[in-house]
Design a protein around this ligand. Structure first.
Ligand code: MN
Length: 130
């Protein structure tokens, strides 16, 4: 199953890399570069999964998570933090804010898509890779 994945990331190089890798594995991407726009796209597009940076303009990742998880319409969309903050306290704060998972930057091209697909399989039946 090909998925539609929303990427909320303000760093152009990271955004480009995530888009490239996901597209290479057959997933479609929608992209925004700030938290407010990301929230809007999440609500209008209903993606299968959301990848979200923590440090973002306008509304940070914690704010995005709080808003998405407070809304029954978006609560069940897997929401994955993608952040360079690898300390356990940062991961805990992300979980507390409502994130369902955490992928650490720098993004590892060898394992990134497999990690994302793990979160897709958590909520869908069957194999997500065609
Ligand atoms: Mn950022």
């Amino acid at each position: 199953m090909k998925s539609r994945i929303l990427i909320i990331e303000d760093n152009p190089a990271n955004l480009e890399l995530m888009r490239y890798l996901l597209n290479a594995f057959g997933h479609a991407t929608v992209e925004t570069v700030d938290g407010e726009a990301g929230l809007g796209r999440a609500r209008s597009d209903r993606p299968d999964l959301i990848l979200c940076d923590i440090a973002l303009p306008k509304l940070d990742g914690y704010g995005v998570a709080a808003a998405l998880k407070a809304d029954p319409a978006s609560r069940n969309i897997p929401l994955i933090a993608v952040s360079a903050s690898a300390m356990m306290s940062d991961r805990q704060r992300a979980v507390d804010a409502g994130f369902d998972g955490f992928i650490t930057k720098p993004i590892d091209p060898e394992s990134f898509v497999a990690s994302v697909e793990t979160y897709l399989r958590d909520v869908t039946s069957g194999d997500t890779r065609t």
